[in-house]
Design a binder for this molecule. Structure first.
Ligand code: AMP
Length: 214
């Protein structure tokens, strides 16, 4: 099963992707996580991406397409993958189509998680992330066991620069202009399913399962 999760920042793509990985043994491919790891390691890719990311802008297509080309060629993706945060533009989706057909591989579903602008703002201002393992928490709905530190590795949690209000507004705008058109792109080829992403994690997971089974 090869899937794409679409949705605005804070829609729950990462959370739901992790559940799908556990349930179906899929490879989790998050371009945001890969880019953050590149920034942390100080690599050339990270240096190129950092400014865009801190401002809440999309990183140029050629950089992320290069990441995906390398990542989905890795052995763990052969058993199926869930793309979380890619594609985010029509040219990225076209590049993905090209890569998949060259590998005689196809997409099975594209699931869009729908959440209101208000929920996006609220989720991102209250999101805290672990810079070591990438785990995310919500200060009210899913807080860490001990305030301010990651449950898994006790690293102090951070409020990502791109989860600050100004960057969130920019990310929402980028989503509206460049990513939302992908819904039409995938609707036309019959792959798109839309679900309500505003409920509790378990409810969203059930709705997602129904779309994958149906
Ligand atoms: P995410 O963790 O998916 O919300 O991504 C965080 C940031 O990484 C985004 O706001 C973009 O700056 C960058 N990014 C992640 N994936 C992509 C992509 N497919 N295209 C362009 N920029 C991306």
């Amino acid at each position: 099963m090869n899937l794409i999760l679409l949705g605005p920042p804070g829609a729950g793509k990462g959370t739901q992707a992790k559940r799908l990985v556990e349930r179906f043994g899929l490879a989790h491919v998050s371009t945001g996580d890969i880019l953050r790891a590149a920034i942390k390691s100080g690599s050339e890719l990270g240096q190129k991406a950092k400014g865009y990311m801190d401002r809440g802008e999309l990183v140029p297509d050629d950089l992320v397409v290069g990441i995906i080309r390398e990542r989905i060629g890795q052995p763990d993706c052969a058993k199926g993958f869930v793309l979380d945060g890619f594609p985010r533009t029509v040219p990225q989706a076209e590049a993905l189509d090209g890569m998949l057909s060259a590998a005689s591989c196809r997409l099975d579903r594209v699931v869009a998680l729908e959440v209101s602008d208000q929920a996006v703002l609220e989720r991102n201002t209250k999101r805290r992330s672990c810079p070591t393992c990438g785990a995310t928490y919500h200060l009210v709905n899913a807080p860490p066991k001990k305030a301010g530190v990651c449950d898994r590795d006790a690293t102090p949690l951070v409020h990502r620069p791109d989860d600050q209000p100004e960057a969130i507004l920019k990310r929402m705008e980028e989503y509206r202009q460049k990513t939302a058109p992908l819904k039409d792109f995938y609707r036309k080829v019959g792959l798109l399913r839309e679900i309500d992403g505003s409920g509790a994690q378990d409810d969203v997971a059930r709705a997602l399962d129904r779309q994958l089974e149906g």
